[in-house]
Design a protein. Structure first.
Length: 451
């Protein structure tokens, strides 16, 4: 009777282990002391059984009557997009590579290639001369027409300009292309004068010498005057004591190319105090920063085919530190009372101009920016002025700049081809400007004025 119970107990144990661990048949592996009971074999599923827990099932193995090691765990099967059948490609928006395609022609677009080598071959010192052609095409057509409907393409290398658009746009592109390739190839000289006037009442005497022209930038006024009236206008300015000529220079510029011109100075200020991480004393160290103040000009002229009209893209940026505001702050001191220090917060005045102008080449273009921040700050060298003294009192000794407001005017004049102008004797300048430097026809040097 006892033997019978043991045999039944061993049988039930083997069935329980088979169901728990997924074994094919463990009955023959359970030790018994007598013959097997007269019952048929119990079918066991070869696959894993469902579990009531979220932990993975142990891997199946031959069990010599003992529980398998708990560290032997099978990694669960995780779907991956790397598997070909794991993700339905119909539900994923992926780019499609097209080996053969046709450009749309529903709006009359057609492909035209323009040979720009007659222009680019003369610009050996310019890295990407074709960029000037693209820039002027976009200035003429706008940028939206190349990125919206109808579809358009604008591309250029050093030899070819490629355009895909409708007939109206191709006509506009061709007009710009003609001005580069069949226009003036020799560099042209442009006279530039940047002048600041303390009082805008200069308009009182000069109103009869000039006529108004269109300007789109708010606060900007434009006038045109003949070169004879321009000489009278400069004579009137020389009689004023509030006139300062910031720049007076003759610049040879290639048709369509960009010419930068700037006059900047660094203005340092005490930005903040940071904790000293290299030594115990002093607990805080000062950190300074700088601001570039002054003016930056960018000019790009484009002459018409007959040389009678000038198109000019003008970009002007003026930044001026009006003053440095001193702010007192208290820093926690681990050695005693809080330490009182001063930092400087810059008060910056900026002005921007980015516009395109067109005027007859035999006249002078005069632009007034209105009363704005002066392109160059005034310097005060007195020992009793300026900000409160710093640690060593250097700001009482070094020059201190103060912000000012002036009426800044810009005069632009086309003077002709470089071969006929660079060897001409220098013209008379205002008393505030330095004597012009001697220009060499082979390598002209630009006089940037006294300041």
């Amino acid at each position: 009777m006892c033997l019978r119970i043991l045999q039944n107990t061993g049988f039930r144990t083997s069935v329980f282990l088979a169901m728990l661990f997924g074994s094919q048949n463990l009955m023959g592996q359970v030790p018994t002391s007598g013959p097997a009971p007269s019952v048929g074999p119990v079918p066991v599923s070869a696959g894993p059984l469902p579990s009531t827990t979220s932990s993975p099932l142990p891997a199946t193995s031959s069990l010599p009557g003992s529980v398998p090691n708990a560290t032997s765990v099978a990694s669960p099967s995780i779907p991956s997009i790397e598997n070909s059948g794991a993700v339905n490609s119909n539900n994923v928006n992926t780019p499609k590579s097209v080996s053969r395609f046709e450009l749309p022609t529903a709006n009359g677009q057609h492909w035209v290639e323009y040979d720009i080598r007659p222009y680019t071959q003369n610009q050996k010192t310019v890295e990407r001369p074709q960029q000037a052609i693209i820039d002027w095409i976009i200035r003429e057509t706008g940028s939206d027409v190349w990125f919206n409907e109808p579809m358009g393409i604008l591309n250029a290398d050093r030899n070819t300009l490629r355009v895909y658009h409708n007939a109206a746009m191709q006509k506009t592109v061709a007009q710009v292309y003609e001005r580069f390739v069949n226009g003036l190839t020799e560099p042209q000289v442009y006279g530039l004068r940047l002048i600041t006037i303390g009082n805008p009442n200069w308009r009182n005497k000069s109103a009869s010498l000039m006529r108004s022209a269109a300007a789109q930038t708010p606060g900007v006024q434009a006038w045109l005057m003949s070169k004879e009236n321009g000489a009278i206008f400069m004579s009137q300015l020389r009689d004023r004591i509030d006139v300062r000529e910031m720049q007076s220079v003759d610049i040879p510029m290639v048709n369509g190319q960009l010419q930068p011109l700037e006059q900047l100075r660094s203005r340092n200020f005490l930005k903040e105090y940071q904790q000293n991480t290299t030594a115990a004393w002093p607990p805080y160290v000062p950190f300074s920063d700088e601001i570039k103040e002054g003016y930056k000009l960018q000019l790009s002229p484009l002459m018409s085919l007959d040389g009678r009209t000038v198109d000019l893209m003008l970009k002007c940026d003026i930044d001026q530190v009006e003053r440095l505001n001193n702010v007192a702050i208290d820093l926690p001191n681990p050695f005693g009372a809080p330490q009182s220090v001063q930092i400087e917060v810059p008060q910056v005045v900026s002005w921007r101009l980015h516009e395109r102008f067109r005027w007859p080449a035999d006249q002078i273009l005069l632009l007034s920016c209105g009363v704005v921040a002066a392109p160059s700050p005034q310097v005060n060298n007195t020992l009793i002025s300026g900000s409160p003294p710093n640690l060593f009192g250097l700001n009482r000794i070094l020059p201190v700049t103060t912000g000012s407001r002036t009426d800044a005017i810009l005069l632009l004049e086309h003077k002709g081809a470089a071969s006929t102008q660079l060897n001409q004797p220098p013209q008379a300048r205002s008393p505030n400007a330095a004597a012009p430097s001697v220009n060499n026809a082979a390598a002209p040097t630009l006089s940037r004025g006294r300041y």
